[in-house]
Design a protein around this ligand. Structure first.
Ligand code: GLN
Length: 533
């Protein structure tokens, strides 16, 4: 019998519901349960794929090519599960399905309404993962905050679901803010009480309260909240501000969250086992040394736009017992003069992550040039790989206007271009999304990193290395270290005059885990550290 956990948020947004959901996943997984996390977002976009990174942060990509909310990245990193298309649903997608069905006559002329038709479709989607994964526990996070108009159908759906799957199989967790008033040295419970009341008015009695607070919540306060919110006092769990997101599951487990959840769901399991995780957290917080990485990008003002990349750099650090200090460099600040060197000279390694559009491109090319000429380790992801190719074509082969046709359609050397079968299609339809195979060339840094001749990484891009220029670039020295065998597409390039300058057309940040760093991240951090020494 599958068990269901629903996580809602109260009082304010941004409490770390995603981290809480991921932590519960990790805790239950460590008790031997098969866990799958999913997220339901109330906004109307069909998926975050076309949303501005400045607004929505990174788009996380699954193996099967879904463009999803960044919380799915937390879920995968904490639980090491492989999520899928059905793991993230938006109101937009729900409405689209219902409206299409309506146009096709699927409702037999009946009136189509939010209740029951939209809620039915939400319920259907909530239960999809059960069928697809055979999980013991499905953890569903509802985006937004209780009280939002747009999340009402989702809240109604999770109320109704207990009549389908049995109340004894459902656990409702409500995460709220418990503000600490500095001057009065007082913890305030009223916002939580109001939020729970609102939830109760919608027909949901939370089983577990999770309290986000900057200071420890005392026993009297907990008892008070338990009493006023109809929750057992051992189900009032504090979630105080942690040193890092990876410490959150350890803190929650200190509060016996695993026991509380298992009690509510009637689950009999071995105790929570987080020894490995806790060792990892220990290394993270007590590194033997530090390394400085400059991240050159165009969305640097919103760090969430590069969330998985940043996490993966941290993982690479952990694998080398190193702390990673990030220097966020706005690509537009890097010019074709001495100032670039001055700006980048303190970095032990430079990373250029993915991106779309032409803003900042020339600065990224300057960063690549600086790294190639000064033997500073460089890691290019997707766009960052394309930048290596453009820079090499321009400054080693002397093709001054070499470019990607994404930025310059008129270039005489389109070294990065659309493939013939992509031309003329609409924007949304032409992205290469999800995992693809890559054959790795022997004796390369890529092979050394992965220790394998075949790898699978996830993609999210439209443009490709142009095979028309492959021979010229190879002759000039560029190493092609990975190729997609099916379509003969270049996946990884290396610059041999630099001890570690690697660019992948894929996004290895989506598969990196805190305990199992993405191999290229691990080796990049090592190379940066060697460079520093
Ligand atoms: N804009 C480039 C492309 O579409 C790179 C995309 C990316 O970095 N994710 O190919």
């Amino acid at each position: 019998m599958t068990k269901y956990i629903f996580i809602t948020g109260g009082v304010v947004s941004g409490l770390g519901k995603g981290i809480a959901a991921a932590s519960i996943g990790l805790i239950l997984k460590s008790r031997g349960l098969k866990v799958v996390n999913q997220k339901f977002d109330p906004y109307l976009n069909i998926d975050p794929g076309t949303m501005n990174p400045f607004q929505h942060g990174e788009v996380f990509v699954t193996d099967d090519g879904a463009e999803t909310d960044l919380d799915l990245g937390h879920y995968e990193r904490f639980t090491d599960a492989t999520l899928s298309q059905s793991s993230n649903t938006t109101s937009g997608r729900v409405y689209m399905t219902v409206l299409q069905r309506e146009r096709e006559g699927g409702y037999n002329g009946g009136t189509v309404q939010v209740i029951p038709n939209i809620t039915e479709e939400i319920l259907r989607r909530m239960l999809l993962s059960t069928k697809e994964t055979n999980a013991d526990v499905i953890i569903t996070e509802i985006g937004g905050t209780i009280g939002d108009i747009e999340s009402l159908p989702f809240v109604e759906a999770i109320r109704q679901i207990k009549y389908q799957v049995g109340e004894e199989n459902c656990c409702y967790i409500h995460l709220t803010l418990v503000p600490y008033m500095n001057k009065a040295h007082e913890i305030k419970t009223k916002p939580t009480q109001h939020s729970v009341k609102e939830l109760q008015e919608l027909g949901i009695q939370p089983n577990i309260l999770m309290l986000r607070c900057d200071v420890p919540v005392d026993q009297t306060t907990r008892e008070k909240l338990a009493l006023f919110c109809n929750v057992d006092s051992d189900c009032v769990i504090q979630n105080t501000t942690a040193r890092s997101i990876y410490e959150v599951p350890l803190q929650l487990e200190k509060e016996h969250l695993g026991d509380a959840v298992c009690k509510v769901l009637g689950l009999q399991t071995p105790p929570t086992e987080l020894t490995e995780w806790s060792k990892m957290v220990d290394v993270f917080h007590n590194p033997k040394d530090r390394v400085k990485i400059a991240l050159v990008g165009k969305y640097v003002d919103l760090h969430d736009a590069y969330l998985s990349v940043v996490e993966s750099l941290i993982h690479g650090g952990i694998a080398n017992e190193l702390g990673v200090d990030l220097d966020w460099v706005d690509a537009e600040d890097l010019k074709d003069d001495e100032s670039t060197k001055a700006r980048l000279k303190d970095a032990d390694g430079i990373i250029v992550p993915g991106g779309f559009g032409s803003r900042g491109i020339e600065g990224m090319i300057q960063a690549a040039k600086y790294c190639r000429e000064n033997k500073v380790p460089y890691f290019g992801i997707c766009l960052g790989m394309q930048i290596i190719v453009i820079e090499y074509a321009r400054h080693v082969l002397g093709w001054a206007d070499a470019h990607s046709t994404e930025m310059n359609k008129e270039t005489t050397h389109p070294v990065i271009d659309l493939m013939p079968d992509q031309n003329g299609k609409i924007l949304g339809g032409t992205l290469r999304l999800g995992k693809f195979e890559c054959a790795v060339a022997p004796g390369t840094l890529t092979e050394k990193a992965y220790g394998s001749s075949t790898i699978w990484e996830r993609h999210r891009h439209r443009y490709e290395f142009n095979n028309k220029y492959r021979e010229d670039l190879k002759k000039a020295g560029l190493v092609i270290s990975g190729v997609n065998p099916e379509r003969d597409l270049v996946e990884v390039v290396e610059v041999p005059e630099n001890p570690w300058m690697v660019g992948g057309q894929f996004h290895p940040e989506f598969k990196s885990r805190p305990n199992k760093a993405g191999p290229l991240f691990r080796d990049f951090i090592k190379a940066a550290y060697d460079n520093r020494k």
